[in-house]
Design a binder for this molecule. Structure first.
Ligand code: SAM
Length: 331
């Protein structure tokens, strides 16, 4: 049967499918198909789907899917969950409900190895959270994001699949030959795609487990020769990179303001800083811009190129990103 399908390059398939699923635009009655280097994803509303993922829609034959048993079929309601590799992550306050959903996930046709429920907020300097492991034992997995594979252990490092689109937005700006410094690199979800675009990238993290995964992920994705991973407090270990960077990533949103002076020291003559922050919705960008201006002026001209709300974080609080260009003034 002929149905409308979004057409994207193969490597963008999984991310596009997720984006369409999040917007409830997937036509789940028909199969996704692959031909040559393109993937065709059936959609319910071609106009909305094309706008959502900025891709072409074509009409083509797609076989009907065998009906699969979903967790919702078994539960009678649609449970909320996220997938990270073969781990399913729940965010349920009610333990009984979490266990009911975990049982339905296992009984459904979804491929599931481990089901965990959030047992704390992300906490401490390393931003790792506690988990209740409801099914399976393994908290280590390999997660794919925009064509790259990231090994990680959710019990030992920070990682949020929700930031995939935002990371892709930033990584897509990188040009071959750039020098990028990621001050809070985690397991490398900015570092790896940026190195894959031809940049030389330095990633720092305080968490030794994150640095070990960062190195492994650089190797796993074939970019190790362009990646340097440093372990420690970025304020203490980045000295040899002063005046070096053409681009800096600062993804430590609760306390980025404490690191702007280090960022300015790392910046070369012309440098774009991607500054993540969490602020009240009434003034989400003001405090970040002020902190950057206070550290960079008058040595640099400061131009705010993008003010972007990445996601809602808590009632009246938003996670935002500022893309700020620093241009050194003539002395
Ligand atoms: N950029 C990664 C990502 O998107 O998944 C990780 C972001 S996570 C919010 C912040 C990271 O900063 C954590 O991995 C934490 O261990 C690290 N960190 C915290 N304080 C640090 C410091 N002073 N110097 C270097 N890394 C630090």
């Amino acid at each position: 049967m002929s149905v409308p399908c979004v057409c994207v390059p193969r490597e963008a398939g999984e991310a596009t499918r997720r984006e369409l699923a999040a917007a409830d635009l997937l036509d789940t009655d028909h199969e996704i198909s692959v031909e040559d280097d393109s993937i065709y994803i059936p959609v319910t509303d071609p106009t909305a789907a094309a706008a959502r993922v900025d891709a072409d829609v074509v009409v083509r034959d797609a076989p009907e899917r065998d009906a699969q048993v979903t967790p919702a079929d078994l539960l009678g309601y649609e449970p909320g969950y996220e997938r990270l590799g073969d781990i399913v992550i729940l965010d349920e306050d009610d333990d009984e409900r979490a266990r009911e959903i975990a049982a339905a996930l296992v009984e459904s046709d979804l491929p599931v190895e481990t089901v965990v429920n959030r047992a704390s907020k992300v906490k401490g300097e390393l931003r790792v959270r506690d988990w209740d492991v409801l099914v399976g034992e393994e908290t280590e997995t390999v997660h794919r994001e925009y064509g790259h594979a990231f090994a990680l252990d959710i019990a030992r490092v920070y990682f949020s699949p929700r930031l995939a689109t935002e990371r892709h937005r930033v990584a897509s700006q990188v040009r071959e030959g750039e020098r990028v410094f990621d001050m809070f690199a985690g397991v490398g979800p900015f570092v790896v795609p940026m190195a894959a675009r031809g940049a030389e990238v330095v990633g720092v993290d305080l968490n030794p487990d994150a640095v070990a995964y960062l190195r492994e992920n650089a190797r796993r994705n074939g970019v190790a020769e362009r990646v340097t991973a440093l372990e420690g407090d970025v304020r203490e270990v980045s000295g040899e990179y002063e005046n070096w960077a053409t681009r800096i990533v600062m993804n430590l949103p609760h306390s980025a303001d404490a690191f702007v002076e280090t960022a300015v020291a790392l910046a070369g003559d012309e440098c774009v800083v991607h500054y993540y922050d969490i602020q009240h919705e009434d003034d989400p960008f003001g405090p970040g811009v002020e902190a950057i201006r206070a550290a960079a002026e008058p040595e640099y001209e400061v131009t705010v190129e993008t003010e972007r709300v990445v996601r809602s974080y808590a009632p009246h609080e938003v996670n935002v990103c500022l893309d700020v260009r620093l241009t050194r003034r003539d002395q």
